[in-house]
Design a protein around this ligand. Structure first.
Ligand code: ZN
Length: 325
């Protein structure tokens, strides 16, 4: 793997005013006319059901914050395991207790739903299912210690993976597929890299088999914004360029080239990094330009059915493209 900066970049670059972010994005690459324009109408039939995906965002938020150690977290985890057992060939649950830097003990669960678990050729998709205990970016400063609802940050990625599971149950894949729901992504501090990416780090240290090496891996995170723009995240482009290329070219073939742009933009500390460090070829598909990030306003009304449909369509199509001879 190519070297990467020794220190993590802060995940939350968007703490800067949005106007600054916009300037930075424009400065990063030649913009092309219409790149932020609405996507072309979906002409191709999709195996992914956007309405169901949106309903699952609402369902997750209805559990309450999915903060490790809370009742909502426990209920949501049970719901996920049951939903996946009804769809996948096998479901593995990793359970452990994480002790935080300040001595709290958090119950953790990673959930791995596997299709064709014996196949060596595999695709790995992951999303975090926990939500953040603090709303430090909330405009109302009295709410900064309130847990976020996590409709987009947490809910959207899980909804994509569940919709992929539906599609694979409806038409079984001819390649192995692993859908990994990681816990504890958003608990602690991205500024000091303390008690974050907990589940992905645990999974990287406890892979499901010796030599586990999916041919491609994609982390889907914050994929529900109504004005989606997915930049080519720097560590994804450096750590697994062929994966990024494959996903982006499928997106273009599906008519979503305006959403999956050819621009680079930022380095994001996210769940792909612990996996990349173990040699797994994983990229991060994320749109951090979301005004309600880490606030109590991250609610289902900010999540777009249309965006979920685009992302889910690409996610299924990437698997079908890998299946093709
Ligand atoms: Zn977050």
């Amino acid at each position: 793997m190519p070297p990467r900066p020794s220190a993590f970049a802060r995940r939350i670059i968007a703490r800067a005013p949005l106007v600054g972010l916009t300037v930075a994005l424009i400065a990063c690459g030649g913009e092309r006319a219409g790149e932020r324009a609405p996507d072309a109408t979906q002409a191709l039939p999709s195996e992914f059901d956007a309405d169901t995906a949106f309903a699952r965002v609402e369902r997750q938020v209805a559990f309450g914050p999915r903060v490790p150690g809370t009742a909502g977290h426990r209920a949501m985890g049970d719901w996920l395991v049951a939903a996946l057992r009804a769809r996948a060939d096998t479901v593995l649950v990793q359970e452990w207790t994480h002790t935080t830097a300040d001595g709290q003990r958090l119950p953790m669960r990673n959930i791995l739903a596997r299709f064709r678990p014996a196949d060596a050729r595999r695709v790995l998709y992951l999303a975090h299912w926990d939500t953040r205990p603090t709303a430090e970016r909330d405009a109302d400063r009295s709410k900064v210690h309130t847990p976020i609802p996590g409709a987009n940050d947490g809910g959207s990625g899980v909804a994509i993976l569940l919709g992929v599971a539906d599609a694979l149950r409806a038409r079984a894949p001819s390649v192995g597929v692993d859908l990994l729901f990681v816990d504890g992504e958003d608990w602690g501090s991205f500024e000091t890299n303390t008690d974050v990416l907990i589940g992905a780090t645990y999974f990287a240290d406890h892979l499901p088999s010796p030599g586990y090496s999916p041919m491609l891996g994609v982390l889907w995170d914050m994929v529900g914004d109504a004005a989606p723009v997915f930049l080519q995240e720097t560590w994804s482009a450096q750590g697994a360029p062929e994966v990024l290329q494959r996903v982006w070219s499928v997106a273009a073939e599906r008519g979503h080239g305006a959403v999956f742009t050819n621009r680079g933009g930022y380095e994001i500390t996210d769940d792909h990094l612990p996996l990349q460090r173990k040699g797994l070829r994983v990229i991060d598909v994320i749109d951090l330009d979301y005004p309600w990030h880490h606030s109590t306003e991250d609610t289902p009304d900010k999540v777009s059915r249309r965006t979920l449909g685009i992302v889910g369509d690409v996610a299924v199509a990437v698997i079908r493209a890998v299946e093709a001879p």
